[in-house]
Design a protein around this ligand. Structure first.
Ligand code: M6R
Length: 621
């Protein structure tokens, strides 16, 4: 997830673009760059790190003035957060500049093709191929929108692209597929941006671009206005929807949501889909991002140990079910903070999986270093490209959740789960415990999850109302079985950190061994019910557990699969989730618990993005 701005008008493009990037920096801050059309050419500057680094560089080496420009603030996916990988990317002649958000899945084959035609590609990004392809298609045609359409037809994956060409000084073009792009239309000026926050200070009049569309914004010198033309990738004119932005500037940065956490919960369908992008190779095999472990070693792995903290630890607990089921390799899951102090038994045949959103959590980093000292290989699942944990690992699978700003982890958790499932399948594939068609079958099920999460999110008002009604409660318990048990732990953690309430998660089968003593009249108990299809024994047992606590006065809030009528008689409230394969169920059952905790926190007057006493990245042990 990156932030993109394009501008054509009469103001200083550099100033407008930089101001837009400042408002989009929440989307990524690995690097920033700008390109301005000036003096018949393109003047560009880019710098790794936060936007402020670029701004300092521009003070030292100012760009010439121009009224057409583009800019980018990066959340690294392909290639580390370096100056060379920063956008904009230019072709070899320096006549075209392009910025990109998304992942171009077939970039390797396009890159090889361009290299064979004599192009020199200088970065590690997937984006750079677009600059070169655009330059080729523009030459002899002199129509940047037409060139963009031809290029887009060749791209696979998800992308927003915005480009300028030195020979089309009054034009900026953009394109989108499965990635956001909006057009702002002002008096004699137009803006392209990842979201309206970038241009709300200039105009509230906007145009929404549809899927697979190309937009050209052109300054009309004679009339002093700008034209906006939208087509599909085949050049057919498209219907466009105009709308008026009525958010204030602060709300715009959060996409109109009340907080970053609300926004990040809503972004989960996209985050899940993005994490799956580009995972299947040409021969149908699964692909990790960086793999420095020989296949023979992976086949020899005799133990998997997942190390992580907090929410990432809960993702690891769920991973255990998938890893053991699909690979038949024993899997341990350990709190990273405990790991090295108990002298764990590790050797060269142990694979340690370190899960971390930030990639900087000190406990997880220390666990990783300890594992490597013992000769074990480490595979990282991480959301932050270029951070320490993936840098020090032998293999990496990046989640593509985009920046998670709110301290409470939501979209990172769902994408960590997707990544854990992919790692389990990868090991199964490497060891031959899963056939190729079985792997593809699960990947197809995973691909359906984004839609399922969207359906859950569409029906959350009853959950919010329930949360508000519990604002005065002292304790909430969470129960689950099988993969629903870590979901219960995660539900309780969310409530503790956001609502500052006493909350505990239990394996429902443990209830009779002690925790049931906590149950008293009116105590809210959330129960995550396994599917009645896959594990009918467990399902029946948990229904009995619900009856037991209800008989003791508990107010039962049941998360159950659509059509599971058996839970209705024993539930005070039922939250329905779509039918999913048993192992993937946490991807849908966690979502109502996030919404529940967030709403309860708001109802109690808490600051959801920055809960008290916490930090987003815990870089001390
Ligand atoms: O960046 P990491 O995934 O390594 O962070 C691990 C935990 O600190 C984190 O998940 C924490 O528990 C969250 N605040 C939970 O919402």
């Amino acid at each position: 997830m990156c932030g993109i701005v394009g501008y054509v008008g009469s103001q200083s493009a550099l100033e407008v673009v930089l101001a837009g990037l400042r408002r989009l920096e929440y989307r990524g801050y690995d690097s920033a760059g700008v390109a301005v059309l000036a003096d018949g050419g393109i003047a560009a500057a880019k710098k790794s790190g936060k936007l402020v680094n670029l701004e300092k560089a521009l003070v030292d080496r100012p760009l010439p003035a121009g009224a057409t420009g583009i800019g980018h603030t990066r959340w690294a996916t392909h290639g580390g957060p370096t100056d060379a990988n920063a956008h904009p990317h230019l072709d070899n002649a320096g006549r075209v500049a392009v910025v990109h958000n998304g992942i171009i899945e077939n970039f390797a084959e396009l890159r090889a093709e361009l290299a064979a035609r004599g192009h020199a590609l200088t970065s590690e990004t997937d984006t750079e191929v677009v600059a070169h392809l655009l330059a080729e298609e523009f030459s002899g045609r002199a129509d940047l929108a037409a060139a963009m359409r031809l290029v887009c037809r060749r791209l696979k994956g998800a992308f927003t692209l915005v480009a300028v060409h030195a020979d089309a000084p009054d034009v900026v073009v953009g394109a989108r597929r499965n990635s956001p792009l909006v057009v702002g239309v002002g008096e004699g000026e137009a803006f392209l941006a990842s979201d309206v926050a970038a241009f709300i200070a200039h105009t509230r009049s906007a145009v929404e671009l549809g899927q697979d569309q190309v937009v050209e914004v052109r300054r009309d010198g004679a009339a002093g206005g700008v034209g906006v033309a939208v087509t599909d990738f085949d050049g057919r004119p498209a219907d466009v929807r105009h709308f008026r932005v009525d958010w204030d500037a602060a709300a715009a940065e959060k996409g109109g949501h009340a907080s970053f956490m609300h926004k990040e919960i809503a972004e989960q369908p996209r985050a899940v889909a993005d994490t799956l992008l580009g995972r299947i190779g040409a021969d149908g095999e699964l692909i990790l991002d960086e793999l420095r472990i020989p296949a023979a070693e992976l086949r020899e792995v005799d133990k998997v140990v997942v190390v992580a903290c907090g929410t990432a630890f809960h993702a690891g607990l769920i991973a255990k079910y998938a890893i053991e089921h699909w690979t038949r390799i024993p899997c341990e899951v350990e709190l990273a903070s405990e790991f090295r102090y108990r002298d764990p038994i590790l050797d060269a045949r142990s694979l340690v999986v370190a899960v971390s959103q930030s990639g900087e959590t000190m406990d997880t980093l220390m666990a990783l270093r300890h594992a490597r000292e013992q000769g074990s290989r480490v595979l990282a699942i991480c959301n932050t490209n270029g951070s320490t944990i993936p840098r020090e690992s032998d293999a990496v699978l990046y989640t593509h959740a985009g920046p998670e700003v709110a301290v409470a982890s939501t979209k990172a958790f769902l994408t960590q789960l997707v990544a854990c499932y992919l790692v389990a399948l990868y090991l199964g594939q490497a060891r031959g415990t899963k056939w190729g068609d079985e792997v593809l079958g699960v990947v197809r099920d995973l691909a359906d999850i984004a839609g399922a999460v969207e359906r859950v999110l569409a029906d959350m008002e009853p959950v919010r109302a329930l949360a508000r009604s519990l604002a005065g409660a002292g304790t909430v318990l969470f129960l689950g079985r099988h993969v629903g048990y870590p979901v219960a732990l995660e539900g309780a953690l969310k409530l503790k950190e956001l609502a500052y309430m006493h909350a505990e998660g239990f394996a429902a089968g443990e209830l009779k061994h002690g925790p049931i003593a906590l149950v008293e009249e009116g105590l809210p108990v959330v129960v995550v019910v396994p599917s009645p299809r896959g594990r009918s024994v467990l399902h029946d047992k948990i229904v009995s557990n619900i009856q037991e606590i209800r008989a003791r006065g508990a107010r039962t809030i049941v998360i159950a699969e659509e059509g599971d009528e058996a839970v209705v008689p024993c539930a005070d409230h039922v939250v329905w989730v779509p039918v999913t394969p048993t192992l993937l169920q946490p991807l849908v059952t966690t979502v109502p618990l996030q919404v529940f905790a967030c709403e309860l926190a708001v109802a109690r007057g808490n600051e959801v993005d920055q809960p008290r006493n916490l930090a987003k990245s815990v870089t001390v042990e």
